[in-house]
Design a protein around this ligand. Structure first.
Ligand code: TRP
Length: 331
């Protein structure tokens, strides 16, 4: 069975952008492949966080994945911090990575600038710099065939492959070189209030995103208020009609119809009715998941599931790391 590794960071609540952009794919893959799904809490502490939110976000992420209906026999969901081999391997990888390679990462540059601006400082926590080495450890511990990535993580994957090849050259075959699959037709969901910017959970304007845990009336309210244009004609044109095009993309993601099929289906509607239909579509998919989510949080099913994931991942990670250590001469 093909193996996949993927990770979700514990920063903030999940939006429908995360849901359509990665979670749905993981759910669809999940029956055909073995998946290691990492709740990346150690990545979550590379930026300022509060302990309460860290705990809450971690539990919510695990519970939400389970609520979406992942097959638990082939999907191993676990908390990154509970497997000590992640930070340990990350340290070994850092020793085989240059400062230049880390500093060149676009995400490092972007995140540092953001951090400096927000905190009115000139320095940046070093976790932001080492972030990709931890991610490389997440991946290389499990010898996956594939890592599905969005555009913003491609560079980190390339770095992972480079470090792995470098170490294979030096010490012999230690790592399987992972392929990454980018999903080009994957929907990139934009902000509802500013549709030329990506939908982001860290945006202060709550109307700009829909959380997967928003209730029905909030979902409807946010969609009805979403920014459009004054033409009142529905067609897909990202440049001239970013708002409507974004709503079409969201419709497409939730209905599993292509952009063309959606456009055909809703072409005769006015914006108001289109938005009503779209709200209904979201509510009908998300509310049942939220009900399961509530149960899973209350009866602590997430704990059982992540313990099982932790056991499987941890025995594999322990073997892999001791093999790596022996290859590089650590007693
Ligand atoms: N850095 C990834 C992101 O921000 C999350 C992540 C952590 C990840 N570890 C991973 C993704 C391992 C793939 C594989 O989206």
């Amino acid at each position: 069975m093909e193996r996949i590794v993927s990770g979700l960071t514990t920063t903030g609540t999940l939006t429908i952008g995360n849901y359509l952009g990665s979670i749905k794919q993981l759910i669809n893959n999940g029956n055909k492949r073995e998946q290691f799904l990492i709740i990346a809490d150690l990545h979550g502490i590379t930026v300022p966080f509060s302990p309460e939110n860290l705990t809450k976000n971690s539990i919510n992420l695990a519970s939400f994945l389970i609520a979406c209906g992942l097959d638990i026999s082939t999907n191993h969901i676990f908390f990154q911090n509970q497997i000590v081999q992640h930070p340990e391997l990350s340290y070994i990888l850092v020793c085989h990575t240059t400062v230049g390679e880390l500093v060149r990462m676009t995400q490092y540059k972007e995140k540092s600038e953001k951090f400096k601006l927000k905190n009115k400082t000139n320095t940046v926590p070093s976790g932001v710099l080492f972030y990709p080495a931890l991610m490389a450890a997440d991946i290389l511990l499990y010898d996956p065939h594939f890592v599905p990535v969005g555009g913003d993580q491609k560079q980190h994957l390339e770095l992972t492959r480079n470090i792995a090849m470098r170490m294979n050259n030096k010490y012999g075959e230690i790592f399987k070189i992972p392929e990454f699959v980018t999903q080009p037709n994957l929907s990139k969901i934009m902000s509802l209030t500013n549709p030329t910017k990506k939908m982001s959970k860290s945006n202060e304007d709550q109307n700009s995103y829909i959380s997967v845990l928003d209730d029905a009336s909030t979902i409807t309210k946010k969609i009805m208020r979403a920014k459009t244009d004054s033409e009142n004609k529905i067609y897909y044109d990202v440049e001239h009609k970013p708002g409507i095009s974004n709503l079409i993309t969201i419709y497409s993601g939730f209905s599993n119809l292509t952009i063309e099929e959606v456009t055909k289906k809703v072409a005769s509607l006015d914006y108001g009715n289109f938005k009503k239909q779209l709200s209904k579509l979201l509510v009908s998919e998300l509310i049942p998941v939220q009900e399961k989510f509530k149960m899973i949080s209350e009866n602590m099913e997430w704990k059982k599931v992540t313990q099982k994931g932790q056991q499987i991942a941890s025995s594999m990670a322990a073997k892999k790391l001791s093999f790596i250590k022996s290859k590089i001469g650590l007693l």
